[in-house]
Design a protein around this ligand. Structure first.
Ligand code: SIN
Length: 315
């Protein structure tokens, strides 16, 4: 039940969201039907599956597994190709009063440039999230762990300024890496960063079978869910501290409840994305989590997320 005196609205990169909670690029956002389902839900925005130049089948199955602590995936970017997500932008935005964001994960800088140049001409696309952190393409390293390559990418995309561009980062684990990456990002016109993608190249094991649980890459894949919440919070908190004030931080990682959202916002997130929980609970999760967040805010006497966003006490 939406409480009218408690607003969970937010804004970032010039976008207005009635709810600060929306889907992570990953589960249930590949087809128009899935994106429409997100549109109909209580999600504050709609983001697509990361798209490539051409459609991809992705990695062999089984490529996703979850237990009570989280998930492992090695999807390998199955998607319908960027032109599909561009072509449905008008229909989706005509139907839903919420921002439509396209996630892009081209397999090379040249591919990304072609995709971004084309998407920039589409007025119904509210923002682009450039995914520099997919751990699951065989033979391709995660761009955002290669700092000189990140500089190359950000320099190349800098002139593309018709639609706000954000970047999706992998988790970092050392203060020196937070500092180096933030110093790079701060030099470019990046509108937001999404922290974090799954923790790359983890392993989950089936003890009965004494085997890995997914097929690609010998069972190695990106870890999500409860396993990663402390890492996600640390990345949100550190990037909020180190980035220019005009660069928004979108939190992602381990969000199942309104309390988890509250923690991400407290660390400085302007909005949050739901991945693993959306995968299992589908689009009904957004309304439940909004309600839980509103309930918590009401209990604490907060009326808007500005009342506590970024106010984590670190005495
Ligand atoms: C995938 O499709 O492999 C997941 C995307 C990602 O982790 O960036």
């Amino acid at each position: 039940m939406i409480r009218s005196n408690v607003s969970v609205a937010t804004q970032f990169a010039g976008l207005q969201l009635q709810s600060c909670i929306y889907n992570a690029s990953g589960p249930w956002c590949t087809t128009k039907k899935e994106l429409m389902d997100i549109g109909q839900s209580a999600a504050g925005a709609i983001i697509t599956k990361s798209c490539t130049l051409l459609a991809r089948e992705g990695n062999p199955t089984p490529r996703y597994f979850e237990n009570n602590l989280g998930s492992i995936n090695s999807m390998g970017l199955p998607n319908k190709g960027y032109q599909y997500y561009q072509s449905i932008a008008e229909e989706i935005t005509a139907k839903f009063q919420k921002p439509y964001i396209v996630s892009v994960s081209g397999l090379s800088l040249e591919n990304n440039m072609r995709i971004l140049e084309s998407l920039q001409t589409q007025k119904n696309i509210a923002a682009i999230e450039l995914n520099l952190s997919c751990p699951n393409v065989v033979g391709k390293a995660q761009t955002a762990y290669d700092f000189p390559q990140v500089v190359k990418v950000l320099r190349a995309i800098a002139p593309l300024n018709k639609i706000p561009i954000g970047i999706k980062l992998p988790p970092y684990f050392d203060f020196i890496h937070f500092q180096e990456m933030a110093a790079i990002i701060n030099q470019y016109p990046i509108a937001f960063v999404t922290c974090v993608n799954s923790i790359g190249n983890g392993l989950l094991i089936d003890i009965e079978k004494e085997a890995v649980v997914i097929q690609p890459k010998g069972g190695f894949g990106g870890i999500g869910g409860d396993y990663i919440k402390p890492t996600a919070l640390a990345n949100v908190c550190k990037f909020r501290e180190l980035l220019r004030a005009d660069i928004s931080v979108i939190g992602c990682g381990g969000i199942k409840t309104g309390q988890d959202v509250f923690e991400h916002l407290l660390c400085g997130a302007d909005a949050v994305q739901i991945g693993t929980q959306f995968m299992s609970e589908k689009a009904t999760c957004f309304k439940r989590i909004v309600n839980e967040l509103q309930h918590l805010m009401q209990k604490k006497g907060y009326h808007s997320i500005a009342d506590f966003k970024g106010k984590l006490i670190q005495a």
